[in-house]
Write a protein that binds this ligand. Structure first.
Ligand SMILES: Nc1ncnc2c1ncn2[C@@H]1O[C@H](COP(=O)(O)OP(=O)(O)OP(=O)(O)O)[C@@H](O)[C@H]1O
Ligand SMILES: [Mg+2]
Length: 428
C-alpha cells in the first residue's frame, strides 16, 4: 500500500531513490519515469500517482533476480499504467517478474502467464493452474475454470455497453464553485473556472496524476481554503479521501458504529450498503488487519452510510477487483438516486467512470505544475475530451464487452480518432 510510505519513510523523493539504488541508474530512471519535477519534494505531500510511480521506480533501482509488484497500477493514470506495463515487460527480459494486478487492461499488456486466485475471501485461497493471459482473463470473467472444473464465482462478470444518455433537465443545485485558484508552496497551481452539482447527478472527475483532482475535492469538502474563488455548498457533505486512514483499535463493526451511530442499525444501511459490499463476513475483524481492498470497502461503507446530500469519493476503485468495482458503482448510483443526493467521484478506471457518471469534469495541464478543470461536460463529450487529451482510444472485447486499449496507430485507433469517438464505439 503505497499510502503507507509517508508513514514509514520521512524525507524527499531523491533521498528515498538514492537509498534504493543498487544499479547506478538513478539518473536514467528518474528521466524515464518522469520524476525530475518531484525529486526534491517531501514524500508526505505527493499525490497518489506520484507516490506509486516513485515506489515502482525504487523497485526498478534494485538489483535482483526476482521482482515483485503488488498492484502497481493503483492510483496511476491510464497513460502511466500503460507505461509501467511496457517497462515491466522489458524488465522481464532479464529477470523473473511477478505481478499482482486487478486492472485487466494492464494485465493484458504486461503478463504472459496468469494464475487466478480464488476461494472464500477472508477464509481460504487457492491458486489455479497457469493460463495464457487472454484465456485467464476470460476464464476469470466467466467465473469458471475449465481445466480444474471449478466455478469460482456464482455469476459471470459482464461489461455493459451503454451509449451515454443525452443530458436531462437538471434539478436543484446543491453545490456550486467558481473561479477557484489554489497554489501550493511546491509550485503547483490549480484553476477551476466553475461548475454546479445538481440533485440526482453524479459528476465523474478524470485527468492525469498530480493535476489537482484531489485538491479540488478537498476544496469542495472544506478541507482546503482556496486562495481565490467561491464555493457554495447548500447541503451536507460526506467525503471519502483518497488515502484511507482508519485509526482506531477495534473491529470493523466498532468502527462503523462509531462513525454512523444509530444509522448503523437501519435496514437501509444493512441492506443497501453493508450486505451488497460483502462486509458482513469481516465485521468482527480488527481494522488494523484488513487488506487494502477491505479497508477501501469499509471506507466506502462509512462514507455512503452517513446521511448526506453530497457524496465526494476520491478513487473508490483503488485496490478493488473487477467485480467489486462493478458492485460499488451500482451501490453508489442506487444510493444517490434513493436519497435524492448527488456525487462527485474521482477515478482512473474508465469503465467505472463510464458506469457511474452523468457528466464529467476533465482535468488537463502539466502534472505537478498546473492543472485546470474543464466542464462539467455531458458524459459523451467529456469522455472524448479526456481521451483526446491523452491520445488513447478504446475498443470492446467482442466476447466480454470489456474495454481494451487500442494499439496506437492500429486501424481502429486511426478510425476512431478520425471521427473523434475515443470510447463509445456504438457511435461508429
Ligand atoms: N498539501 C500539499 N502541499 C504541497 N503540494 C501538494 C499538496 N497536496 C498536493 N500537492 C501537489 O499538488 C499537485 C496536485 O496534487 P493532487 O493530489 O491534487 O493530484 P491528483 O490529480 O489528485 O493526482 P493523483 O491522480 O495522483 O491522485 C501534486 O503535484 C501534489 O504533489
Ligand atoms: Mg488524487
Amino acid at each position: 500500500y503505497v499510502d503507507l510510505i509517508p508513514k514509514y519513510y520521512k524525507g524527499t523523493v531523491k533521498e528515498l531513490l538514492m537509498k534504493a539504488d543498487e544499479t547506478g541508474k538513478l539518473d536514467e530512471i528518474v528521466e524515464e519515469f518522469g520524476l525530475k519535477n518531484i525529486l526534491n519534494r517531501d514524500i508526505k505531500t505527493l499525490s497518489g500517482g506520484e507516490l506509486q510511480i516513485m515506489a515502482i521506480a525504487a523497485t526498478f533501482l534494485k538489483e535482483a533476480d526476482f521482482y515483485f509488484f503488488d498492484e502497481p497500477s493503483s492510483y496511476l493514470d491510464i497513460v502511466k499504467r500503460l507505461f509501467i506495463a511496457k517497462r515491466i515487460r522489458e524488465l522481464a527480459k532479464k529477470a523473473n517478474v511477478f505481478v499482482v494486478e486487478h486492472d485487466l487492461a494492464v494485465l493484458d499488456f504486461l503478463a504472459d502467464i496468469v494464475y487466478i486466485l480464488y476461494g472464500e475471501p477472508g477464509a481460504y485461497g487457492i491458486v489455479s493452474n497457469p493460463r495464457h493471459v487472454r484465456n485467464a482473463i476470460n476464464a476469470f470473467l466467466l467465473g469458471y475454470l475449465d481445466s480444474e472444473n471449478v466455478r469460482i464465482r456464482k455469476d459471470e462478470i459482464r461489461f455493459e455497453i451503454h451509449p451515454p444518455k443525452p443530458p436531462e433537465d437538471k434539478g436543484e443545485s446543491l453545490l456550486e464553485f467558481r473561479d477557484i485558484r489554489v497554489s501550493f508552496n511546491t509550485g503547483f497551481t490549480l484553476k477551476a473556472s466553475g461548475g454546479i452539482l445538481y440533485k440526482g447527478e453524479v459528476i465523474g472527475v478524470v485527468g492525469p496524476n498530480a493535476i489537482g483532482k484531489t485538491t479540488l475535492i478537498r476544496v469542495l469538502a472544506g478541507e482546503i481554503k482556496p486562495d481565490e474563488g467561491f464555493v457554495s455548498v447548500k447541503a451536507t457533505v460526506s467525503y471519502k479521501p483518497q488515502y484511507v486512514k482508519i485509526e482506531i483499535d477495534g473491529t470493523v463493526e466498532d468502527y462503523l458504529r462509531t462513525i454512523l451511530g444509530m444509522h448503523y442499525d437501519t435496514g437501509f444501511f444493512q441492506n443497501e450498503i453493508l450486505h451488497p459490499l460483502g462486509l458482513k463476513r469481516i465485521l468482527h475483524k480488527e481494522v488494523a488487519n484488513l487488506s487494502g481492498g477491505e479497508t477501501q470497502l469499509v471506507a466506502i461503507a462509512a462514507c455512503l452510510g452517513k446521511p448526506a446530500d453530497i457524496y465526494l469519493l476520491d478513487e473508490p476503485s483503488a485496490y478493488l477487483d473487477a467485480s467489486q468495482r462493478m458492485e460499488v458503482s451500482k451501490i453508489i448510483k442506487r444510493i444517490i438516486e434513493k436519497q435524492k443526493a448527488a456525487g462527485m467521484i474521482v477515478d482512473h478506471d474508465i469503465y467505472f467512470i463510464d458506469m457511474i457518471s452523468d457528466s464529467l469534469l476533465v482535468f488537463s495541464g502539466e502534472p505537478g505544475v498546473h492543472g485546470e478543470a474543464q466542464g462539467p461536460y455531458d458524459l459523451h463529450r467529456g469522455m472524448n475530451e479526456f481521451l483526446r487529451n491523452i491520445d488513447i482510444t478504446f475498443r470492446r472485447d467482442p466476447e466480454t464487452g470489456r474495454p481494451r486499449v487500442n494499439k496506437p496507430g492500429s486501424r481502429l485507433d486511426r478510425e476512431q480518432k478520425a471521427i473523434g469517438e475515443y470510447y463509445y464505439t456504438s457511435f461508429l
